[in-house]
Design a protein around this ligand. Sequence first.
Ligand SMILES: NC(=O)c1ccc[n+]([C@@H]2O[C@H](COP(=O)([O-])OP(=O)(O)OC[C@H]3O[C@@H](n4cnc5c(N)ncnc54)[C@H](O)[C@@H]3O)[C@@H](O)[C@H]2O)c1
Length: 258
Amino acid sequence: MDLGLKGKVALVSGGASGIGEFIVRTLIEEGCLVGIIGRSIEKGNKLTHEIDPTGTQTLFISAELTQDAECKKAVDATIAKFGKLDLLVNNAGLNDGASLEKSPSAFMDSIQKNLFHYFALTHYSLEQIKKNQGSILNIASKTAVTGQGGTSGYAASNAAQLGLTREWAVDLLPYEVRVNAIVPAEVATPQYDSWIQTLKNPEETLKKITDKIPFGKRMTTSQEIADMAVFLLSKRASHITGQWIFVDGGYTHLDRSI
Ligand SMILES: NC(=O)c1ccc[n+]([C@@H]2O[C@H](COP(=O)([O-])OP(=O)(O)OC[C@H]3O[C@@H](n4cnc5c(N)ncnc54)[C@H](O)[C@@H]3O)[C@@H](O)[C@H]2O)c1
């Protein structure tokens, strides 16, 4: 299927690791030009050298997305390099365990890490995305609808991401800009691996989790998230907006007795 993404300019937050990296790789395969936001210049350069040795299809932008000015810088740099911006993927985030027991300021820090830049990057991209009838995709988390325990800031941020997906879909109807969210549950990524390693019995816990994933008793792959991402961003998804798509092997919704 030709997704018609060739020549589109995309910006992906957290695009040098995990789910974001697979979204970047897949957008590149589809012929997009991609701005990649991350923290580590070393990691970013390694990825861009591998997937785009001539440096014509990618731009790595080192930015700390909790800072308003850094969000603007990332959008401006992408437009300066590629001349426009069509597609935005809000993906960067961290399940940081800002629990009910922690301070209100730890809660606000978590919101800053997990929600603030979804708004800021969208705000700064808006003019271009409206002009180009582009599309916006938010990567959320099943914690938005199931809870997880011990992670109020992350759960609240992800629930807000889903709320904003609906809100922005309405805002942007007049411009024919579609806004959707993907809701992953359990995806093997560097972040997930570091979290599982903090537990007492990582392998046993991982098996317990995967045994509860209905489809295939396995984790979702980052490629499976990326495949849905490029579809939703493309005009092949031209009548899908304001949707939360659960790419999770049935983990969130199927019968518990399975
Ligand atoms: N892995 C999972 O099982 C899972 C499940 C549900 C939701 N998610 C969500 O998917 C998204 C990607 O997760 P992942 O597992 O691929 O994570 P990851 O840690 O492997 O990659 C995220 C990248 O974003 C960057 N980043 C995070 N905050 C940043 C900031 N403030 N400024 C600049 N860069 C920042 C990190 O440095 C990292 O490179 C996150 O929003 C996460 O909440 C993941």
